[in-house]
Write a protein that binds this ligand. Sequence first.
Ligand code: NAD
Ligand code: UGA
Length: 459
Amino acid sequence: MEFKKNILCIGAGYVGGPTMAVIAMKCPEYKVNVVDINNEKIKQWNSDQLPIFEPGLDEVVQKCRGKNLFFSTEIEKGIREADIIFVSVNTPTKTFGEGTGMASDLQYWEKTAHQIVEHANGDKTIVEKSTLPVRTAEAMERILKANDKGFHFEVVSNPEFLAEGTAIRDLLDSDRVLVGSHKTERGMAAAREIVNIYKHWLSDDKIITTNLWSSELSKLVANAFLAQRISSINSISALCEKTDADITEISYAVGADSRIGNKFLNPSVGFGGSCFKKDILNLVYIARSYHLNEVADYWHQVIKMNDFQKDRFVRQIVKEMFSTVANKKIVLFGFAFKANTGDTRESPAIDITKKLLEERAQVIITDPQALDNARMDLKNYDGLVTYEPNPYRAAESADAIAIITEWNEYKLLDYQKIYAAMKKPAFIFDGRNILNHEELYKIGFNVYPLGKTQLSHFK
Ligand code: NAD
Ligand code: UGA
């Protein structure tokens, strides 16, 4: 079949895979190639066992794969064929040199830009899908323009706002899509090309066009605002525990103000995920590099509050269990950074496990999707941690349960049965406030919710 346009996506990860699958489904006249350097991952994209767990993704991939959606490692061929190249490679925090621990590591991005220059055989539109520091496009343009083939590469920014666990829904019914470009004739034409893709399923009012730099910076700012709300509510959860105010009531009362809104006000053991921390650190780094220290300090506090929340969760466990957890069995219900994903990147579970191990606790981890990733995250702690997919078995003869991930199945368990199999006194630390605390207390548990009065039998 002759396709109207060839789209290439470099990077078949959590963003590249689902985004391109949805584009392929909604734009049957476009051919969509997704390439990656990771051969194993590509094999999985071509199998029935996709490399990521994402509700609804299997169906979309099955509909299009082999028709207009293709996964391969043939990056050079992909570049040659493509009219539009989305770059969705990882942009982690730098772990070396200038900006270590703060700035974005752009080596994967830069490598891609060089590959495009080397293998292109005509003009192309290059789309920044990865989250990047503001003004990255400028550096990319310098690399792309440094070619002696005479081809033109127009860089457009189209950041992704999907959240894991709801990626397909977010892509199909986006609040907005953002396309940033230079306001030149070529820039506007390239932006129109990208807008036309999304127009296949989104109305015009959902598609925002801006200048390149606003688009790049909006992505960092959106993540910073979202994370800031969680740090705000988490900071108040600590205050609630001292004052007998109830964080659920406060979230409701505050969120009922339509100017504030009721989303993203759930307290937690801390936010995780591959992006909030990295993107805020990047924002802090950028602000500092422009000598805007007050701006940098302001946003850095969002991360510090998140660290405080993870820390205080473990400190509470130790304190309430008679100031020692040495040799006690503590079961983590959930290891993923949120429900409905197997992703554990920056999951608060990682820090919590390490801190509990420092206290010499025996840690048992259960999770419906994330045990393989948990094993990799904790590979240096082999023998100290037990992995058990079945939550009932995980809780057998345990001293305490800590709810880390808000998986729906944890709300539906038979806690009477779990209590009967645990050591006494039995403790539950609900780091997500998903359980019925009164009921657990009646069963016999000592219950420690977040930002609420604790229900302990010791008083
Ligand atoms: P990921 O690590 O899941 O995927 C990136 C992929 O790029 C990997 O499979 C890697 O092998 C591949 N890659 C790296 N260099 C390559 C190269 N030179 N050629 C071909 N492939 C290469 O990362 P992700 O979670 O998909 O994130 C990608 C970008 O999107 C990041 O900038 C991130 O900040 C941003 N983002 C992520 C999310 C999310 O929910 N994960 C949401 C919005 C934006
Ligand atoms: C987040 C943003 O929501 C996306 O818009 C963005 O595209 C993405 O980051 C990104 O750039 O990577 P994601 O990290 O997948 O998406 O998931 P979120 O739903 O935002 O949750 C992030 C963390 O915050 C999770 O650990 C979650 O449990 C926590 N959270 C969320 C809370 O603790 N309380 C809340 O009320 C909401």
